[in-house]
Design a protein around this ligand. Structure first.
Ligand code: URA
Length: 232
């Protein structure tokens, strides 16, 4: 693909705008030689004002989502895209969230422009476990782990029971729940189904990938090793 299109697709500006950037000699290779709009190069070898370009198509990143941000491109209020470089919203193919976290849920959110990878991660067929740390309004009763593990729990307005899920009790008001599905508000509704209420919810892990020391509100691009860990 010609560089003009590659760079416009990365969200740096309209084709006209990017054309102007080429005319101004702002695009070079790693040695500083000026590049032209019709050139075909590996985007990783291209520099804009001396800086490497954003990761090319095939990007997958993880964000440590704070509470108060919505997984949407256009809702009112703060959006997860506000935590990324603004041009990421203009990328083509589009950068989507891999499933969703509620506005009031924090933690590990994946985003990618790779539709095949997105579906591999969210498809229940692949059983990618997601781990949530829940803070509860009431003490656990003691029977929740068995109910969640049963594979028979039916949430309100649903026609199929939930797949078995694993509950690890940390203390009477804190629990770690591992689920392999991604139904609407699933964790909150599971605790509601056993007479409790989730006061705070944080996703700490997707597959074998965790947030490590990534601070709240920060993101990083994943490499092949990270992606492999999702499917560990
Ligand atoms: N379950 C929920 O209830 N909320 C989330 O954000 C994710 C899972």
């Amino acid at each position: 693909m010609k560089l003009l299109r590659v760079i416009a697709n990365l969200g740096y500006g309209s084709r006209k705008h990017v054309q102007q950037m080429f005319r101004e000699g702002r695009l070079t290779d790693a040695t500083g030689d000026v590049l032209y709009a019709d050139d075909v190069r590996d985007p990783r070898d291209v520099r804009l004002d001396g800086e490497p370009l954003d990761p090319p198509q095939g990007l997958i990143l993880m964000l440590n989502k704070p509470v108060g941000y919505t997984c949407s491109t256009k809702d009112a209020g703060r959006l997860v895209y506000d935590l990324l470089p603004s041009r990421f919203r203009a990328r083509d193919p589009v950068l989507s969230t891999v499933g969703r976290l509620d506005r009031d849920t924090s933690g590990l959110l994946l985003m990618t422009d790779d539709g095949t990878l997105l579906h591999r991660i969210i498809s229940p067929k692949h059983h990618v476990p997601k781990v949530y740390e829940a803070t509860l309004a009431r003490d656990l009763r003691g029977d929740e782990a068995a109910i969640f593990a049963s594979g028979t729990l039916m949430l309100e307005n649903e026609t199929t029971p939930l797949a078995p899920a694993t509950l690890d009790v940390v203390d009477p008001r804190h629990a770690r729940l591992t689920i392999t599905e991604g139904r609407y508000h699933q964790v909150r509704r599971m605790f509601a189904a056993v007479g409790n209420h989730v006061e705070a919810l944080h996703r700490s892990r997707v597959g074998g990938l965790d947030l490590d020391a990534l601070p709240s509100g920060e993101w990083r691009a994943l490499d092949e090793g990270d992606v492999a860990r999702i499917f560990d």
